[in-house]
Design a protein around this ligand. Structure first.
Ligand code: FAD
Length: 488
């Protein structure tokens, strides 16, 4: 233990960031006034900080101030664990603060760096990284071989929702709010009335864990009841079930309340005890030990300029009002209006809604990827600067020209129709691309390909879709229709 005081950030609130010495926590109001933020997200951040301050008791110095600098400037006895954003690292580097290596991921920055180096300029593919993590950690391994003989069970994990079901039938564990949450609401109301913060969306009952104790309850509940369905229905969407079999752990993970290594080991233990099938457990382990670590490391590896370095599809359209206000009333397409409405209510959507509804829509409409990236950070309760660039700029918007994903995640309404129950009650028809009932996702897909034909023509994985585009007898009419579309 050192005699320094450890300043911890909002992503470092768990005991994995605490070595037992004096701690410093700062609630800086300016963080909430920079841009419009989802109110549920502001609530979670404040609640988590204040709960941590309460739990640390007399070991913590807790300040509620305007700016971080008000507390840390001029102090030479502070240390930090390398903070989780470029701007925070810069802030710390400009001061006399001791910096310790980052924590909170399955692999260290050093290990990722060595792996990236060993690729010798080849692509840094998630699949290769993930296998390396499995081998290095022994997670789901039998010696040098993957448990079950395969690295990947994706083929078992793409099921449509059960026929006729309106929900998967799981009610997740929900936290009980306390006096700290009540005070957070009072403060947010006051700040909003004063005009010092701009908040959007509802701040309904708190749905995500903000303490380590709550995070463990949320984890156990997921492992006990939803993990078996996680794999098969990972990509499925139902209007009546906003959580499906997802873990709802991104908030406590990104607050630093759960050690991701322990989370994947706990999931593996369920498989080894015969309590959860391998396809679900492997799928879950891949999300955390694979994707979550991978996007964290890419954030540093690709550099701070990565989001602005290229805009491969020349996308410059502003975000629509429905995104910035989270008001779905003018949206007719059921999948999009339900997803935006879920964002208004919870500040959260599950992965396939993020990728194949919100992301797909944005890609088709050419929204400015940097603005979209910022929107995801501000509006999603689990949004952080590090998690977004690889997910939004890379995977979802293909703005990096193919560093993260080999082809754009664009698809028509047929995919949404197969994977959800949205289309049955929608005015648009996913099979129709021209006319009053033309699905804006289906027609939008063709319009997207038409607009980007020359930009994508060098991509072998786009050869088939582009050949399909060239065969369309009504290509011009569809493109014209989408250019003029007012109802969507
Ligand atoms: P589950 O579906 O239960 O998955 C388990 C865990 O795996 C998650 O909690 C998360 O920690 C991790 N994970 C899974 N996929 C990813 C991924 N692609 N990147 C990083 N971690 C992953 N994740 C965030 O944590 N914050 C975000 O703001 C965020 N925005 C996203 C935006 C887009 C456009 C896309 C395509 C993905 C985004 N993700 C984000 C990744 C993923 O969608 C969420 O982590 C997940 O939906 C959170 O819900 P859950 O905790 O129930 O996750």
């Amino acid at each position: 233990m050192t005699d320094r005081t450890r300043w911890v950030f909002a992503g470092q609130l768990g005991s994995q960031f605490d070595d037992g010495g004096r701690m410093l926590l700062i609630e800086a109001r300016s963080v909430f006034g920079r841009r419009p933020m989802h109110r549920a997200k502001a609530h979670l951040l404040l609640s988590a900080l204040r709960h941590r301050a309460r739990d640390l008791g007399d070991r913590v110095e807790f300040h509620q101030v305007e700016r971080y600098a008000d507390v840390v400037d001029g102090r030479a006895e502070l240390e930090v664990i390398d903070p989780p954003s470029w701007s925070a690292r810069r802030f710390v580097a400009r001061r006399e603060i001791t910096v310790l290596p980052s924590r909170g991921f399955v692999t260290s920055e050093e290990q990722f760096g060595a792996w990236a180096e060993s690729r010798g300029g080849r692509r840094l593919l998630l699949e290769d990284f993930y296998r390396e993590v499995r081998v290095r950690t022994g997670i789901l391994m039998n010696g040098r071989d993957p448990v079950g003989g395969a690295w990947n069970y994706d083929a078992d994990n793409r099921r449509s929702p059960p026929k006729g079901a309106t929900t998967l039938g799981h009610v997740p564990w929900w936290p009980d709010e306390d006096d700290i949450d009540a005070q957070v609401r009072i403060d947010l109301d006051r700040w909003q009335a004063e005009g010092s913060v701009q908040l959007v969306g509802d701040d309904g009952p708190r749905r995500f864990a903000v303490t380590e104790e709550e995070a463990r309850l949320a984890l156990d509940d997921f492992l006990d009841y939803r993990l078996p369905d996680f794999g098969p229905y990972e990509d499925a969407m139902l209007q009546g079930d906003w959580t499906m079999a997802h873990s709802l752990l991104s908030v406590p993970l990104n607050l630093g309340l759960l050690d991701p290594r322990e989370v994947v080991e706990a999931a593996e233990a369920r498989y080894r005890a015969g309590a959860a099938p391998l396809n679900s457990v492997e799928g879950f382990v891949r999300q955390i030990a694979g994707w979550r670590d991978y996007v964290w490391h890419l954030y540093w590896h690709l550099g701070e300029e990565y989001p602005t370095r290229s805009n491969a599809l020349a996308a410059t359209a502003p975000l629509p009002e429905a995104f910035t206000t989270l008001d779905p009333h003018a949206i007719v397409a059921r999948c999009l209006s339900e997803t935006i409405d879920g964002m208004r209510r919870h500040g959260w959507a599950h992965h396939i809604q993020r990728l194949m509804v919100l992301g797909n829509w944005s890609l088709q409409h050419g929204y400015d990827p940097v603005a979209l990236n910022q929107w995801f950070i501000d509006i999603f309760v689990d949004g952080t600067p590090w998690v977004m660039p690889a997910n939004v700029i890379g995977m979802s918007q293909h703005a990096d020209g193919g560093i993260v994903a080999t082809k754009p995640y664009a698809s028509g309404g047929a995919y949404i129709s197969t994977m959800s129950d949205y289309c049955g009650s929608c005015r648009f028809n996913p099979k129709v691309r021209l006319g009053e009932n033309a699905c804006p996702f289906t027609a939008g897909y063709w319009a997207f390909l038409d607009r980007n034909e020359s930009r994508l023509s060098g991509n072998a994985r786009m050869a088939q879709p582009l050949a399909g585009l060239r065969r369309l007898s009504d290509r011009e009419a569809v493109v014209d229709q989408e250019r003029q579309r007012e109802v969507w």
